[in-house]
Design a protein around this ligand. Structure first.
Ligand code: MEV
Length: 320
């Protein structure tokens, strides 16, 4: 049996603006997807029970196609990612078991972590040499293919390398200290493709308004790198608040997200809070004042969010 794990992620700054070339900053968090591979003569099976989803137990045919799908869309999606890796590596006669602490379909990089961990576990099991760099680029190609063209390299790069990554012209790993954040998830599902399309449409309708917003988000993103480096947390919190306002200005905020953002900021518990990822649903992040993590979690929970503490800058893919 071979097992590997890879982390989920949050985008700290720069979402949407990055689509038009501004830098974005993301970080790996201490929630992981785990994939184990064992020999199963005569059959290939994918078990996604460990994702906490309604259905499990998929079979795939010898071409790597999923031949039995269940009722849960998330389970089907997870099986599709794993199946794409099986096909890429030409694996057969294996049982692949997936489990994960990363909430699915929340913009926290669950699918990228599953693809990266599956590539690592399966290649190791098959004796195929893959370094982290080739895992990252292959995972990006697979995620993009399964998502029909969508997918920035951010999620797969963070799942592979861990730490912090800045995306602008290319993918740049940054050496920055860890932070304690709180993630708050709304129960509203979101559609990254639709949010990106809506923002790009707004930009082509009002370029003279949206371009400066993207430029400002880019400035925030660059400045945030220095703040994290020097642990200037008050300023980092202020930058999160400004970035959230700019994301609201381009229409990706929702009432549910803002309720969680304001709950976290209320009574001065968080130094800053913003939505993370594509918006339109999904999750927000808060930077709690020192010693205020559990109060921030309580405040977000009282506003009907699912809240949990995370550490940033965590390690990338690992064969266990
Ligand atoms: C979504 O996680 C981040 C966006 O910037 C889209 C992207 O970069 O592909 C909204």
């Amino acid at each position: 049996m071979t097992a590997a794990s890879a982390p989920g992620k949050v985008i700290l700054f720069g979402e949407h603006a990055v689509v038009s070339g501004a830098p974005a900053l993301g970080t790996a968090i201490d929630l992981r997807a785990r994939v184990s591979v064992e020999d199963l003569p005569g059959r290939t099976e994918i078990d996604v029970r460990g994702l906490g989803l309604r259905l499990s137990g998929f079979s795939i045919d010898s071409d790597g196609r999923v031949v039995s799908l269940g009722s849960s869309e998330e389970a089907a999606a997870a099986a599709r990612y794993v199946s794409a890796v099986v096909k890429t590596l030409g694996a057969r006669d294996v049982r692949i078991t997936v489990s994960s602490d990363i909430p699915v379909a929340s913009g926290l990089g669950s699918s990228a972590a599953i693809v990266v961990a599956t590539l690592a576990a399966l290649s190791h099991h098959m004796g195929i040499a893959m370094d982290v760099r080739s895992i990252a680029s292959e995972a990006h190609r697979i995620e993009k293919a399964v998502q029909r063209g969508l997918g920035s390299p951010m999620d797969t790069a963070l799942a592979a390398y861990g730490g912090y990554i800045q995306i602008s012209d290319g993918v740049t790993p940054l050496d920055l200290p860890p932070l304690d954040l709180v993630v708050g998830c709304t129960s509203v599902p979101h559609d990254t493709r639709a949010e990106v399309a809506r923002v790009q449409e707004l930009k082509s309708r009002y370029p003279e308004i949206v371009d400066p917003i993207f430029k400002a988000i880019g400035v925030i993103s660059r400045r945030a790198v220095m703040c994290i480096k020097n642990l200037e947390l008050d300023e980092l919190g202020r930058l999160m608040n400004i970035n959230h306002g700019l994301l609201e200005a381009i229409g990706v905020g929702t009432r549910e997200l803002s309720e969680l953002v304001y709950a976290a900021r209320g009574a001065g518990m968080a130094l800053g809070a913003k939505l993370t990822g594509a918006g339109g649903g999904g999750c927000m992040i808060a930077l709690p004042r020192e010693g205020e993590t559990s109060k921030t979690i309580t405040a977000i929970s009282q506003a009907r969010g699912r809240a949990f503490a995370v550490k940033t800058g965590c390690g990338g893919v690992a064969v266990e």
